[in-house]
Design a protein around this ligand. Structure first.
Ligand code: SF4
Length: 253
């Protein structure tokens, strides 16, 4: 508990730099492409790609991500098509992209596994056309165990993805009910086992503290269940109520 108290201070999440609150304005197209150009022409540079899939079938009430809540899976393919189209614009304007190695591709969301396995496969295969993967390339994806099939993980493993991050948050069913994220231990366990069977080299759990009805005992329970599944890495986020950014809360997958 003393460690929780020590580190429970508001701080930005360095998933991007500068962090989002410091992005004062959107760069113009010329500025944006100019930055890319400059970076790509640095010696020994490589680049990485983040792909955002915003769709989720249900809303977790702590969520601060950029989401579209829908059960309409007819939206998958048109969205994937738009990503490919945008990618083609980049390739046309920045020919150096085809000659510099791509070091990482990361799928975040939303729920990237909202896309059916064959849609994911076709999207990644089309992105791989005209680019060269770094010898140390690795791909990673955030998954929601409630919406993940073994086939999703198999498709991505075949495409050289090696790291997977599971949205878990809390194993306590009452806490889950209060934040509208009902996820059984068995669902999480199945995703972990599939990832291990397929040879993923890193499995991460996202957990959150500060959720409604959490107690030292419920957190202890979540820690015990986490230890039982033995992820390689844990990202423990604090829940932040920041209504000026999001009406209901802010935390990740
Ligand atoms: S926490 Fe994850 S699954 Fe839940 S609404 Fe947010 S992005 Fe979707």
């Amino acid at each position: 508990m003393s460690l929780v108290a020590k580190y429970d201070v508001p701080a930005p999440r360095y998933t991007s730099y500068p962090t989002v609150p410091y992005w004062e304005r959107t760069p113009t197209t010329e500025e944006w492409l100019g930055h890319w150009e400059k970076t790509l022409h640095r010696e020994n540079s490589s680049w990485s790609l983040y792909l955002h899939i915003p769709f989720c079938e249900t809303l977790c009430t702590f969520c601060g991500c950029n989401t579209i809540i829908t059960k309409d899976h007819k939206r998958e393919s048109p969205y994937a098509e738009l990503i490919v189209k945008e990618w083609e614009i980049y390739l046309k304007n920045l020919p150096a992209l085809s000659h510099k190695n791509v070091r990482q591709i990361h799928f975040g969301g939303g729920t990237p596994t909202f896309l059916a396995p064959d849609v994911l496969r076709s999207l990644v295969e089309r992105l791989y056309t005209n680019i060269q993967l770094d010898p140390h390339f690795d791909g990673s994806i955030e998954i929601d165990p409630r919406r993940t099939l073994k086939e999703h993980l198999k498709v991505l493993k075949d495409l050289r993805f090696s790291r997977v991050s599971l949205g878990v948050q809390d194993f306590d069913r009452n806490v889950q009910r209060l934040v509208n994220r009902n996820q059984t231990f068995e669902q999480t366990e199945a995703s972990v086992n599939w990832a291990r069977d397929l040879g993923y080299s890193s499995i991460n759990f996202d957990l959150i503290y500060g959720l409604p009805a959490q107690s030292p005992e419920s957190i202890q329970h979540t820690i015990e269940k986490t230890v039982q599944l033995s992820p390689d890495r844990i990202a423990l986020y604090s829940f932040a109520k920041v209504p000026w950014i999001k009406q209901i809360g802010r935390a990740h997958v």
